[in-house]
Every structure is written in structure tokens, then in C-alpha cells.
Design a binder for this molecule. Structure first.
Ligand code: SAM
Length: 224
């Protein structure tokens, strides 16, 4: 069975489970080759719905979590997105497929921050090799500080678990009417995924489901 067939099988499974519902997200998940973002030893497991190790003690999230976050954020062509936690670069590629599809007349952009230099380099290479190099900018550093240079963002996604609901710099860098998706809680006792909407100076929080992510480490995250 080739990778495309396996990818179609995964998408069918996520659709049956009603995790994937939006045609645009289904199309993106069918298009982005998850196996090209994985270390050699993990490639054969690329289309199993499971998180996988990507080195440096970090993981690529399970595909159902990528799908769920993309659906919740309602990513749309032309938007400017900030991702905290590049990891393998796969989720950034999915976001790029949604906000800056090929031949778009109004392409958006994805800025993604990774604290591990080695992962950032590998992710950048995978993004270039899969054709997402122009739509995604990989930044090395502490994502809890955001990336003020390109703020405000239409959408922000955090793919590591925060001790606070939202690091204050990210709140500031989200545009009015913008949406942020973040796992938050304790490392030992588990976390919840939140959708946060900014309305003027107010923030509305909606708890979505229990989750388990690696910790967000940085100035507004957990200590190293
Ligand atoms: N989105 C990723 C993907 O598609 O592979 C998976 C992300 S992985 C679950 C979480 C990532 O967040 C790890 O690579 C970790 O090094 C990174 N991370 C943790 N704290 C961070 C911080 N303060 N700034 C940037 N990256 C951080």
C-alpha cells in the first residue's frame, strides 16, 4: 500500500469519527504528506492516528489533534497565522495549505516558532522539500513571547501545553475578533484544549476536551 492510499484511509477514518467535517480541512489533510515530516524510523507509522517521536524528547501530535485544531480555528485563505511549537513542521504545512493554497490570489502566511534549533532546522527543510517554504517562516526562539514583528495575527495555535491559559504576549498579538487554540493545565494531571476568542479587550474561553501535550517551556510557560 502506498502512502497516498494510507493517507486516504486515515482521512476516511477521521471523517467517519466526525473529527474531520470541513471540506477545506479534509482537502488539506489529503494533500499534506505527513510521512515527509517524520524521522526515518517513524515513516511507516505516518498514517496511524497516533503521536510519534520526532527526537529531542518531542512528538508530532496525532492526526486527529491536527484535524481538530485546524477545524476549531476555522483557518481561511488569506489569514496570518502564528504557531507556537513547530516540532516536525507538519501542522504548519497543514495551516499553510488552508491559508495560502497554491495559486491563491490572496495568500496568507504562517509564522511558526520552535525552541529547539535542531527541530527547527529539520522542519524548515521538510517544509521546503514539500513545497511550503514560501508560505511558512520558521523562527527559532521562545514562542511564549510570540513574534511581535508580524503581529497582529488572525489565528494563533499553541501545540505545547501551557501552565496558564494564555501567555500574555500571545493575547496582545491576537487581533480583535481573532481566535487562539491552546492546551493548558498541569503536566502531571492532564490538560484541556481551549478556544479563546478576542472581542475588543475581552477574551472568551471555551473548554473543548481533555488532551495531553508536551510542556510549553519558556518565559511564560513551564521552567526548563
Ligand atoms: N506542531 C508540531 C508538529 O506538527 O509536529 C508538534 C508540536 S510538539 C507536540 C510541541 C513542540 O513545542 C515541541 O517541538 C517543543 O520543542 C516546542 N516548544 C515547547 N515550548 C516551546 C516554546 N516556548 N517556544 C517554541 N517551541 C516550544
Amino acid at each position: 500500500m502506498d502512502y497516498e492510499e494510507k493517507r486516504i484511509g486515515l482521512v476516511e477514518n477521521l471523517t467517519k469519527r466526525a473529527i474531520l467535517t470541513k471540506p477545506s480541512v479534509i482537502k488539506a489533510m489529503l494533500k499534506v504528506p505527513r510521512h515527509e515530516f517524520l524521522p526515518k524510523g517513524a515513516i511507516e507509522s505516518a498514517y496511524i492516528d497516533s503521536p510519534l517521536s520526532i527526537g529531542m524528547g518531542q512528538t508530532i501530535s496525532a492526526p486527529h489533534m491536527n484535524a481538530m485544531m485546524c477545524e476549531l480555528l476555522d483557518l481561511t485563505e488569506g489569514e496570518k497565522v502564528l504557531e507556537i511549537g513547530t516540532g516536525s513542521g507538519y501542522h504548519a504545512a497543514l495551516c499553510a495549505e488552508l491559508v495560502a493554497p497554491k495559486h491563491s490570489k490572496n495568500p496568507g502566511h504562517v509564522y511558526t516558532i520552535e525552541r529547539h534549533q535542531e527541530l527547527a532546522n529539520e522542519a524548515e527543510e521538510s517544509l521546503i522539500n514539500t513545497g511550503y517554504g514560501d508560505a511558512v517562516t520558521v523562527i527559532r526562539g521562545d514562542g511564549t513571547l510570540g513574534y511581535p514583528e508580524e503581529a497582529p495575527y488572525d489565528k494563533i495555535l499553541v501545540t505545547a501545553s501551557s501552565p496558564k491559559k494564555v501567555p500574555p504576549p500571545l493575547k496582545e498579538q491576537l487581533r480583535d475578533q481573532g481566535i487562539l487554540c491552546i492546551p493548558a493545565g498541569s503536566i502531571e494531571w492532564g490538560q484541556d484544549l481551549y478556544i479563546v476568542s478576542k472581542i475588543g479587550k475581552k477574551f472568551e474561553y471555551k473548554k473543548i476536551t481533555g488532551v495531553r501535550f508536551v510542556p510549553l517551556i519558556g518565559e511564560w510557560g513551564f521552567p526548563e
